[in-house]
Design a protein around this ligand. Sequence first.
Ligand code: MSP
Length: 559
Amino acid sequence: MPDKPKYYLTTPIYYTNGLPHIGHTYSTIVCDTIRRYKRMRGYDVVMTTGTDEHGVNVERSAKKAGVPESEFVAKMAAEWRALWDELGVQGDEFIRTTDLKHAHTVQWLFKLCRENGFVYPGHYTGQYCIYDNAYVDVKPGENCPDCGRPAETVTEPNYFFKLSAFQKPLLDWYAKHPEFIQPEARRNEVLSFVEGGLRDLSITRTTIRWGIPVPGEEPHVFYVWFDALTAYLSAVGGPNYEKIGYWPADLHLVGKEIIRFHAVYWPAFLMAAGLPLPKQIWAHGWLLMDSAKMSKSLGNVVRPRPIVHVLGMDALRYYLLRETVFGQDGNFSYDALVQRYNSDLANGLGNLASRTAAMIEKNSGGKTPKPAALQPQDNALAAQAQAAIGEVLELYDNLAFSRALEQLWSLIAATDKYLTTEHPWSFGESDAEQQRRATILWTTAEVLRIVTALTHPVLPESTTKVWSLLGQPGQPGSIALDDLSWGQLAPGTPLGKSHALFPRIEKTEAIERMEAMEKEAQNAPSPVATPAPASTPAVGGTAAAAAAPQAFVASNPTA
Ligand code: MSP
């Protein structure tokens, strides 16, 4: 059998000075959906997520918590990881920027850039936003134009990366690979930024301790973005990437605010090092709360756990993918969330599955019925289902999740209508009536099987239940979507056990419960306990020293 084609995708790696909210959850869930989908299309998929653990913010947060940075980030990384598990996220690689293999990759990348003549020493004075970890183009005393918080004047000796040398190579690359930056609006934004000229970029810092040391150049540590972006490569082998075989990445999925780092700096670093470039960078929009980006600093965050607790993880996944057009901003509201849950999941998919199973149980002895000749109305539904397969796969390929789900839910609505029109429950027991009923129930169950297979990447938990309810073998995740077609439901298959799918929920009560849990979470103590002052351990040393002091330096291949 030929090897499966490889597919490598990444989420951004998240800052560990805070805990996840549903904005972060959105990036991760989208990636997880793509991962599941690509696997069902026959790819050997690796998805990387992880945590971005260096920088002055972590230094400050750890100090505030009274613990060493290494302890602080270990606890925070564990929190992020646990949440992804609860959300059914199947990450393959969880990279932490404090991992030793990552530090080696960063140092190796720097060495390659330097050997190729793209790194030089200098001094830099500028206005720096410590929240965004970036120098900002403002006058002293002005606030960061991105986040609105105060910028600080910083002067430091550091190493520069010759970003200016990459204006033409980048523009040539974008022209040759029009799919490299998506969607179009973001591509245009990046093009005009690069066309406006690129200034060299400082890629080391002497004002920060908590970072990966530049070998032989201490106290220089790497600039967080040089460090963080490299995580995508260190997760799949770093210097041994060719042997591991997943680099270059097929897709970096990011939020729109970090497109420049991914579409300008990252490819320039890779070009400078002579390494292959990722194939595509897709920037999605923001989840807004009352028209503002959800963020901890604005105090308008919504966390995923209360939603999962009250409505289940599939409800959150469905809402995020259905409600927002991928690539655009979307507004979050509890009201719309519960509305979608009740109308699409409880009354839509859940109701179709339970009533189909109940009718088969009652009329076909708990086994999928044997259809007689299909009538035009059965064929019309069959044709809609067959067409939906091709359309939905194409929409998923284009990351048009919302439209894919819309198509599937119109198929569910058509099936509900079909049942109402055909009313199989009203048939008697003559042979002709029994046969007609069996045909209708088989047709309905076959639509349900197809919908289940196609919605699995978005609704992994509930589709697994429906799949076993339909008596289908294995897990829906192992369905080969390329082979999915109308008519494959074998008659005489015993149905599996019925599980509650999406019990209807009273809106006001559900919202009150979620809001109460959210409030509780906001007031909960940080997962990083603050010890009594007397026992506060001394904070000191570089990140690497704290993580693995001697081994790191001694085994460093580039020192
Ligand atoms: N650590 C950097 C990324 C480094 S990648 C090499 C970072 N971290 S972050 O934790 O601040 O945000 C990561 C991502 O979370 C954003 O790019 C975006 O994908 C997602 N989101 C954070 N807030 C969001 C919303 N309100 N809405 C949608 N996504 C948002 O940036």
